[in-house]
Design a protein around this ligand. Sequence first.
Ligand code: SF4
Length: 304
Amino acid sequence: MNKKIISRIKELKEKNNAIILAHNYQLPEIQDIADILGDSLDLAKKAQDTDAENIIFCGVGFMAESAKILNPKKNVIIPDIDARCPMAAMVKPEDLLKVKKQHPDAKVVSYINTTAEIKAISDICCTSSSGVNVVKNMPDKKIIFVPDQNLGAYIQRFVPEKEIIIWPGFCSTHHNIRKDDIFKLKKQHKDAEVLVHPECRPEVIDIADFAFSTNGMVNHAKKSDKNEFIIVTEKELCYRLQNENPDKKFYPIKHAICPNMKKITIEKVLNSLETLEPKIALSEKIMKDAKKPLENMMNIGRGD
Ligand code: SF4
């Protein structure tokens, strides 16, 4: 069945001049058919570089929105319009505007995991790989950081001279990972290096060997002399890591699953290629206002 679907997907990609971009947390079957796999920053850049007319974005809503904002003339299609990030929904424009009013001297840094409406009222965006660089490079002393409290606290470690007002949002997939989950794996795999994502709790980051974005983990695992790694982020990253490093071993946190990322299935990808729907649609004004903070982010680049 899958073979038939995959060959139809290939045909339609060519016919429709389409490209499939997929986030590192996508199901293995989606990773297998992707033209490009990556984290949010990487995919945003690839979306800008592609000549394809249709971008099939396998990820969650805010990622596809960012691709559309950076490529307003292209069709950006997300195979399930309900694949949305709950953390992105934890900051509402009216609430952010209130906090901005209370701190008129602060600049707003929004994690890329925000809606286009939030980006439109931000000064600059960042990803987990570029957050520290972005805040360090700003001349401003006071920052409002939305929406992830754990990434905000992680960035604060590197810029003690700045005052960061941290929004209380969180990603439950990462926030639900506890120190004990890592201790248990470490007991079984004593030589394994522990790599964590900065969306994890500070006490989890404290016991890790390194904190990286997902692409940072991919690059590190390739270069490292170590052969075993405990991967503290959404578990599907281990599928990519294992594929790219067949001689090394990767141990996931088994309960770290993002149900939103898993809404994209191979059947839905096929359907999107057949219909070129559902398309991401945003107002001209939101696209124009959200583009600047995204471009500001792209000019600074990643930190890992
Ligand atoms: S892993 Fe967390 S931050 Fe990423 S899409 Fe899922 S809920 Fe959102």
